[in-house]
Design a binder for this molecule. Structure first.
Ligand code: SAH
Length: 278
């Protein structure tokens, strides 16, 4: 294995993100994860069953179902993955999407996160699931992972790109993914057509200490680093029901209104991009 650049956290900004995730115990993440042991820190897609309204535990389970459905759609876009392939989950959180990928493809998955707390939690999950030999989590920076050049058949980012510079990120992914490999991204991005960062988008940035990028920045940075999109899916309409359900739930965090405003006014999209490395 190539040498990991030290330190993992390069600057005060990254240290503040790590501190946020190390301290994070939000019921919207923990209670949903407890439903079946898959812990997600991303949003859901698809319509919800209105019969759950008013039943707290049923609403939690329904939100979790929509978050798992989001990760299934991401994995659907990874292409032809074989058990012998190795994948990377860039910004892996508590590991939910990594475990789903291993279950589906039977392959190795390396997750990287700058939160040591998350890495410890996810490795313990791997141990409990009996997959520690295949699914491993590392305290590493996705901008400089230390994995061997060409080692990853596919990489995904599930709601993590708003924390980093896209040019630096895709330069590292271009190093890790060989020609013909795949990159899949699900992210929120702001709309170049409606103009700059709207008030609602700024509120989301402030809530998560992130820097939401414009839609255009993704396609420029991908093209600059040898990635050619094969699928672009606007998931905005599909994620609105999740936010409407969450806004009525006991685990609402207060950020639901800015998301609903931003999506409905058109200043923000929920986007999936699948791109091939050429
Ligand atoms: N993809 C996961 C978690 C999303 S939350 C999921 O879908 O559940 C955002 C994640 O990005 C956190 O795990 C955080 O630690 C990680 N992250 C942010 N900046 C990072 C960086 N520079 N390198 C690695 N991980 C990073």
């Amino acid at each position: 294995m190539a040498k990991i650049a030290e330190p993992v956290l390069r600057n005060d900004y990254q240290r503040s993100i790590a501190a946020y995730w190390n301290a994070e115990r939000d019921p919207v993440n923990i209670r949903l994860g407890e439903v079946d042991g898959l812990y997600h820190h991303h949003y859901g897609i698809g319509g919800y069953d209105a019969s759950v309204l008013g039943d707290d535990q049923a609403m939690i389970a329904e939100m979790h179902r929509l978050e798992t459905a989001q990760a299934e759609v991401l994995l659907d876009h990874l292409g032809d993955i074989r058990p012998g392939n190795s994948l990377m989950d860039a910004g892996s959180g508590r590991g939910g999407t990594s475990f789903m990928a291993n279950l589906r493809f039977g392959c190795e998955v390396d997750g990287v996160s700058i939160s040591e707390q998350q890495v410890g939690f996810a490795n313990e999950q791997a141990r409990q699931r009996g997959v520690s030999d295949k699914v491993r989590f590392h305290f590493r920076n996705m901008l400089d992972t230390g994995f061997e050049t060409g080692a990853k058949r596919a990489i995904w980012t599930n709601e993590t790109t708003m924390y980093v510079d896209l040019q630096q990120l895709y330069a590292e992914f271009a190093r890790l993914i060989p020609i013909g490999g795949r990159y899949v991204c699900i992210t929120g991005c702001y709309n170049d057509v409606t103009g700059g960062r709207s008030r609602a988008v700024s509120q989301i940035d402030q809530h998560y200490i992130c820097n939401i990028h414009p839609r255009s920045a993704y396609f420029k940075a991908l093209a600059d680093n040898g990635f050619v999109p094969i699928n672009v899916v606007d998931l905005t309409a599909a994620t609105i029901p999740y936010w409407e359900l969450r806004a009525q739930s006991s685990v609402a965090t207060g950020i639901e209104d800015p998301f609903l405003t931003a999506y409905k006014e058109g200043s923000f999209h929920y986007l999936l991009i699948a791109a091939d490395r050429i």
